[in-house]
Design a protein around this ligand. Structure first.
Ligand SMILES: Cc1cc2nc3c(=O)[nH]c(=O)nc-3n(C[C@H](O)[C@H](O)[C@H](O)COP(=O)(O)O)c2cc1C
Length: 212
């Protein structure tokens, strides 16, 4: 297992979709950065996330690895579009779809990083190949992922009332949206990118209005 993990995480910092289970058995899925160091998968969730709350509750997570930005989009903005399947060694299910690898994990320990973030050490107990994202390198796919990252940052800045930082994040969303559109990608990407752009624009517009 260690050799496979070393290869999968060979570029240091990576992205994944973390599935966890809530108190009432609801499956939660969230995009998170992930590193593999010293035998642990390390994620750094903000303490106001469901992922953090659920991991403290029942100690289990599945790291779903995929290169398909559509799954990242659906995790944040189209959760009803996702399906789940049983895992082998943990109660938390996996995402059913274009996933390259499933890594079933147990929370070993965690530390606080400042007052609003945590560093959680997940011990991998089982790894299995999924059906795969089977995707040739696509810049449009990368641009949608970047849009999603700045969308989540923008959302947080608006929640904290920092309109200037929110505007800065919006310039990034706008940049990646224009780059994506220039490449004329096919339907699954272009529809999501347009709706994400409109949603972001709307949020910024409302935030500016509330300050004037
Ligand atoms: C690619 C990507 C990586 C992200 N990485 C993190 C992260 O490392 N930590 C974090 O707290 N949020 C991260 N986010 C934002 C969370 O996914 C977002 O806040 C989400 O709504 C949290 O969901 P939850 O409350 O259901 O756990 C990331 C978002 C994207 C698109």
């Amino acid at each position: 297992m260690e050799d496979v993990l070393n290869e999968l995480f060979r570029y240091g910092h990576h992205e994944c979709l973390v599935t966890t289970l809530g108190k009432d058995g609801t499956v939660n899925v969230a995009p998170m950065g992930v590193d593999y160091t010293g035998g642990y998968l390390i994620i750094k969730p903000y303490i106001n996330t469901k992922t953090y709350e659920n991991l403290l509750l029942n100690n289990e997570a599945v790291i779903n690895l995929t290169n398909d930005s559509v799954l990242y989009y659906d995790s944040l903005l189209n959760r009803e579009g996702l399906k789940f399947i049983r895992s082998l060694k943990v109660k938390v299910p996996r995402i059913d779809g274009a996933v390259d690898y499933y890594i079933e994990c147990i929370l070993d320990r965690y530390e606080h990083l400042g007052k609003d973030r945590a560093m959680m050490f997940l011990r991998p107990i089982h790894i299995e190949a999924g059906r795969g994202s089977k995707l040739a390198y696509s810049r449009a796919n990368t641009f949608l992922l970047e849009m999603l990252i700045y969308y989540t940052k923008l959302k947080a800045f608006i929640e904290y009332g920092d309109v200037n930082e929110a505007l800065r994040a919006f310039t990034k969303v706008n940049y990646y949206f224009n780059e994506l559109v220039r490449l004329k990608p096919t339907e699954p990407l272009v529809t999501r990118a347009k709706s994400l752009f409109n949603e972001t624009l709307n949020m910024v517009y409302k935030a500016i209005l509330s300050k004037t």
